[in-house]
Design a protein around this ligand. Structure first.
Ligand code: NAI
Length: 803
């Protein structure tokens, strides 16, 4: 025990442990094992297995948890499905009361949950007490509010159904809240599988559900490992999978759900940049790094783990950072003065060690403070790797530990290029005292969340989620709610019945099999080319296929595009990035001009449609008129589909900016070849995307005629690229392509399945568009905001505001 004068000399302070008796009593009362929570009751696993839950700070076993098997998942999904109609039919304000009750109860037990979380996960009590648990409480309150205002904000929408939710171990209760609260607010029911390292707060939450009187079956919790998760993913009774975890497992889930029609949202890994400009407040930025990569032992998907610092201040910054890291306290998570607790599991510790070794082997210099680590448990010191090459393993791989890699830059452009030099795009932290510098970087860095002069801030009202291989879908705020809702398709079906001319008459001749031209077809008037980079282009292979009219007579040849043509089209679309940067006003003008020019040639298009598809002259004229209407509608919306300012609790204006995806690939159906083409292309380009379109395979000439309309309407080269040919094969190529950011397909189920499977590689979203899904042909979807929502991804930017 040091004397008072010694303490005053060193300013060292002794341990200040948080009491854990309530948690120990709770564990003891369980009789050695936890159970699943299914249909409102705690049940033993059907197959009887269990796994050990370890306290990572000591290595001691806390308890055994039930290992969920297929039968448990079946029972949980059945319960969720049974109660779904009743739960979703409750008025929003009644569901709001349930969520409110959960929030209240959780708030009353904050201390208990904080201690349990720290014992199970190893995170410092300071963080679970001040971060995880209060944020989880806030999430339930916020979403109680969404249940109240649901009908006003999302009129006519329906819940998706039974949601399978799989969460990681880094923020166990908070991730549960992120998943469960919006799902319930929207009227869904839930089967949740917590991570195997950290199931305990979920079990305690199940007890709260019982106590709060939540109807049985609305929330079901099945504990277990990856196999339990896989059983949930594969269950046919699940309508949506929401996953947070590694990119690797995200890919498995994408493949497993391909072709099933299950809605999917993925929150995956990251390697987020922390950019320090030379005019930054360096002391604040040093504190920022502490919060960015040493918070939660660096086990944060959005950890600012790549420090990019301006060369002019790099030495100073590194020196201050090391001095600060030297003073971080690593140790007992239950000690209130601990800064860095235990890593969640032994395998994670090994993973961190081996990656740091890999960094050393690649020539990075490794700095660690001169501090003693606890002798038991899984601890790793704060670590800084300098002299790291941008392409090295440690600069590219997510380490998921308290390890910072650092690089320097000279110019703003170089900083942005380095920041974007990653396959991920979850978040970025930007430090500069100059407004223009910070906001310019915020606009150019490709990431779903950007913090200006701050880091790792979260709020239920702010959307969270990634770009690129960090996944898709958002959690929190308006965008997060949309993930748990279906657009009003009942109303759409009704409207379709009421206005048959608006859609039902567009039954086209079936697509002919593509065959190379045999030269024997009589009186072919011409060969329609592809349209790439603003120019008509011959297909790379020089091949074409015969296009027939409604009576089966060959009328023309169309280019048979191949992989190379797709590559050229994507490259042209990539180059047309200026379109995404153009003002919304400018894009609106171009769309209005397109409408005007299409209308001027309405008769010609109607005749062509009639001849090619065999619809009546009235239906053909109607199709053109509707296509014109779509163009003016999306022109009108181009500068009105705005982002939001989200009401987060801190002193920020937290912007939700609607950003285009970049390049969207669109595979059109054969019905209504003009209307489908326009209904899909117009919203995408209105929001600033560039597109590569596969027009109707059976009736490509309607699209190839459209080139002239594009050419006369000031559409910049490369914004709309059209490749004719075999849709299934070309769609597959587009799904594989790394520079295609999203894919919409109106293809056959087999094509959709193949595209979804292939998209797993580069984690691009694939949406089925057409009757039964997001329906371009229905007036409700085709003249509404639904396609605009699919044309953007939300970038959340936290801008300091006020004091
Ligand atoms: P993981 O992705 O395997 O685990 C996350 C969840 O997925 C757990 O509940 C797990 O049981 C479940 N799961 C595993 N395999 C599954 C499958 N085939 N089907 C359905 N569910 C499945 O993550 P893991 O192995 O624990 O951590 C490995 C690395 O992943 C970490 O080092 C880190 O780099 C990254 N990670 C990223 C997270 C994030 O928030 N972005 C969270 C957790 C891990």
């Amino acid at each position: 025990m040091p004397s008072v004068s010694e303490i005053l000399e060193t300013m060292e302070y002794g341990p200040a442990p948080e009491a854990n008796d309530a948690v120990l009593a709770w564990l003891a009362a369980k009789g050695g094992r936890t159970r699943h929570f299914i249909d409102g009751a705690f049940v033993d696993p059907a197959e009887g297995g269990s796994f050990e839950v370890v306290n990572p700070a000591s290595g001691e076993v806390l308890i055994a948890a039930a290992q969920g098997g297929k039968a448990d998942i079946d029972a949980a999904v059945a319960a969720a499905r049974r109660v779904l109609p009743a739960w979703s039919a409750l008025p929003g304000h009644v569901r709001a009361r349930h969520l409110y009750a959960l929030a209240r109860l959780l708030q009353k037990r904050e201390r208990f949950f904080a201690v349990l979380e720290s014992m199970d996960n190893g995170k410092p009590i300071r963080e679970s007490r001040d971060g995880d648990i209060p944020l989880a409480v806030r999430h339930f309150y916020h979403h109680a509010g969404w249940a109240e205002v649901l009908e006003a904000e999302f009129p006519g929408h329906e819940p998706v159904g039974v949601c399978g939710q799989i969460i990681p171990w880094n923020f166990p209760l908070l991730m549960l809240a992120w998943k469960v609260a919006p799902a319930l607010a929207a009227g869904n029911t839930v089967v949740l599988k917590p991570a195997e390292f950290t199931p305990l707060t979920a079990v305690a939450f199940a007890e709260l559900c019982r106590e709060a009187g939540l109807p049985a079956g609305v929330v079901n919790i099945v504990t277990g490992d990856g196999a339990t998760g896989a059983a949930l993913v594969e269950h046919p009774g699940v309508d949506k999978i929401a996953f947070t975890g590694s990119t690797e497992v995200g890919r498995l889930i994408r493949r497993a759900t391909a072709g099933t029609g299950k809605k999917l949202s993925l929150e995956l890994g990251g390697k987020s940049p922390f950019v320090v400009f030379d005019d930054a407040d360096l002391d604040s930025a040093v504190e920022g790094v502490v919060d960015a990569v040493w918070f939660n032992q660096g086990q944060v998907c959005c950890a600012g783990s790549r420090l990019l610092v301006h060369e002019a201040v790099a030495d100073r910054f590194h020196a201050r950072l090391k001095a600060r890291a030297q003073r971080l306290r690593v140790g007992d998570p239950l000690d209130k003065s601990t800064d860095i607790g235990a890593v969640a599991a032994g395998v994670q510790l090994e993973r961190i060690r081996s990656l740091v070794e890999a960094g050393r082997a690649e020539g990075a210099a490794c700095w660690q403070p001169d501090i003693a680590l606890p002798t038991r448990g899984f601890f790793f010191p704060p670590t800084i790797l300098t002299g790291v090459a941008p392409a090295s393993i440690v600069a590219q791989e997510e380490i998921f530990g308290p390890v910072l890699v650092t690089m320097t830059f000279r110019t703003q452009d170089e900083a942005v290029a380095l920041a974007n030099n990653t396959r991920y795009g979850l978040s970025a932290s930007i430090w500069s005292e100059t407004l223009n510098v910070a906001l310019d970087a915020a606009a150019r860095i490709k990431a779903g969340v950007i913090w200006l002069n701050g880091t790792n801030m979260f709020d239920a009202a702010a959307g969270f989620g990634g770009y690129r291989e960090s996944g898709y879908g958002r959690e929190g705020g308006h965008a997060g709610m949309a993930e748990y809702l279906k657009a009003p398709d009942k109303a759409a079906r009704k409207a379709r019945r009421a206005a048959p001319a608006a859609a039902a008459d567009f039954t086209a001749a079936p697509a002919p099999a593509v065959s190379a031209a045999d030269g024997a077809a009589p009186r072919l008037d011409r060969t329609a080319k592809l349209y790439v980079g603003g120019k008509q282009a011959r297909p790379d292979g020089g091949a074409s296929y015969t296009v027939s009219d409604a009576k089966g007579r060959p009328v023309s040849q169309a280019g048979l595009g191949n992989r190379k043509d797709i590559r050229n089209a994507v490259e042209a679309a990539q180059k047309a990035a200026g379109w995404s940067a153009a003002s919304a006003h400018a894009r609106a003008q171009v769309l209005f001009f397109l409408a005007e020019n299409l209308e001027a040639r309405a008769q010609e298009f109607a005749d062509r449609i009639e001849a090619l598809t065999g619809v009546t002259p009235e239906a053909a004229a109607e199709e053109v008129a509707l296509a014109v209407r779509r163009l003016t509608f999306y022109a009108g919306y181009a500068d009105k589909f705005d982002g939001r300012v989200q009401s987060t609790r801190s002193r920020h204006v937290t912007l939700a900016m609607n950003e285009p995806w970049g390049v969207i690939a669109i595979a059109c159906p054969d019905e209504a070849p003009l209307l489908a083409f326009v209904s899909l292309v117009a919203p995408a380009i209105a929001m600033g995307n560039r597109v590569v379109v596969l027009p109707s395979q059976a009736h490509p000439l309607v699209a190839t005629d459209f080139y002239q309309v594009l050419e006369t309407s000031d559409v910049p080269a490369g914004v709309v690229n059209i490749v004719t040919g075999e849709r299934a094969a070309l769609t597959a190529t587009l799904a594989d392509h790394d520079d295609v950011d999203a894919l919409w397909t109106a293809g056959e189920p087999g094509e959709i399945r193949a595209a979804e499977e292939r998209s797993a590689g580069n984690v691009k979203p694939v949406w089925a568009v057409g009757p039964g899904g997001l329906d371009w042909s229905s007036p409700i979807h085709g003249l509404g905001p639904q396609f605009l929502r699919r044309s953007i991804q939300v970038k959340t930017i936290w801008v300091p505001y006020g004091e």
